[in-house]
Design a protein around this ligand. Sequence first.
Ligand SMILES: [Zn+2]
Ligand SMILES: [Zn+2]
Length: 211
Amino acid sequence: MPLRPLDELDDLEEIGLSRLLPLRGICSTKACRGTARPSGRHCLACHARAVQRYRDRHAQQLAARRRDADALRDDRTRAADSARAKLAMALRRGTMRRGLCQICGTADVMGVVEEPQRWRDVVWVCRRDRDVARERRRDEEAQLAASRERAAWAEERTRVLAAIELLPPDIWARLHALAAQGPAGWTLSPEAPLYMMNLVRVYKASRDRGR
Ligand SMILES: [Zn+2]
Ligand SMILES: [Zn+2]
């Protein structure tokens, strides 16, 4: 597997890497004697230039991504508006009638449409129960996202550790030495969670760069 020296990582990879590996001192740009930002290897001016270079180089992709996001949001808003209008019309025509709150049975209800295409599956709930349900769902989603993230991290860590074990000893040693660099000059022990995060991060950064 090709591996490039870590100091050849380009500035944008360094932005992510630097959060885990705070190295201070002089700007790493050749011939620049500026002071590196506390959280990076480059001075503020070089960092800003790197970000600008990245934006210039990826201008089309960035613009396309923005357009896609806008279009998606517009589609969703339009679908929701249309569902609301159809429901209001059905209520006016009397082809549909409001139900009672499905939680507490009160008659002061609002219609909740989950999927705009299936607006006839409207759920009637009072405002208070709607808020309670919304809150609960937000909690559940947050918990689900957190557990997915934990699982993904555990999987990635296992995969990367296995890959690192197969590296030549000198590269293996270099990655481990980088992983041991904690904040403020601290040396991390291999058991420290940050050590493991560093290790995965420097491995991935050097591998991506070597592609
Ligand atoms: Zn500089
Ligand atoms: Zn209710």
